[in-house]
Write a protein that binds this ligand. Structure first.
Ligand code: ADP
Ligand code: MG
Length: 153
């Protein structure tokens, strides 16, 4: 299937794309973000988390593996599995418990936890395109497809 694609000329556009996508998310959804180091995964996540109501500093989870937020009754988990080791670490971390009906999970470097992670509703990829970035979004569930239909980027 062909992804929805949009060109992001600068950092502000990446933040705005994250904010736009936030508007259609439902509790229980999982988003994965792929792309090389510096592609803009954390920038996109910041735009999304701000739009969902996160105030204060939004740190990259590259050292902690996960940064948790709570906004009213919604649990937001921002993961970065770049430094993730293996399936055993997944078992010991208890990360499976973070993926539940009242949480929204954003996952950078999902490929490092392949086989352990639940299937995402939306799979995003950021690639370099000239001085900017190209964002590709694929819906992998009915909830993800409904989201993309409501908020074409
Ligand atoms: P990642 O999490 O993928 O490693 P970051 O979001 O931490 O990447 O860093 C991305 C870098 O690229 C930041 O310096 C940011 O300012 C910049 N950036 C983000 N989006 C764009 C864009 N659309 N065009 C140009 N630069 C961007
Ligand atoms: Mg990052």
């Amino acid at each position: 299937d062909t992804p929805t694609v949009c060109f992001l000329p600068d950092e502000a556009a990446t933040l705005a794309a994250g904010a736009a996508l936030a508007g259609c998310l439902q509790p229980g959804m999982v988003l994965t973000l792929q792309g090389d180091l510096g592609a803009g995964k954390t920038t996109f996540s910041r735009g999304l988390l701000r739009a969902l109501g996160v105030t204060g500093r939004i740190k990259s989870p590259s050292y902690s593996l996960v940064e948790p937020y709570v906004v009213s009754n919604l649990y937001l988990y921002h993961f970065d599995f770049y430094r993730f080791e293996d399936a055993e670490e997944w078992q010991e971390s208890g990360f499976r418990e973070y993926f539940h009906a009242d949480s929204i999970c954003l996952v950078e470097w999902p490929e490092k936890a392949a086989g352990s992670l639940p299937e995402p509703d939306l799979a995003l990829r950021l690639n370099w395109s000239g001085e900017g970035r190209e964002l590709q979004v694929r819906a992998l569930s009915p909830a993800g497809a409904a989201c993309l239909n409501r908020f074409p980027l």
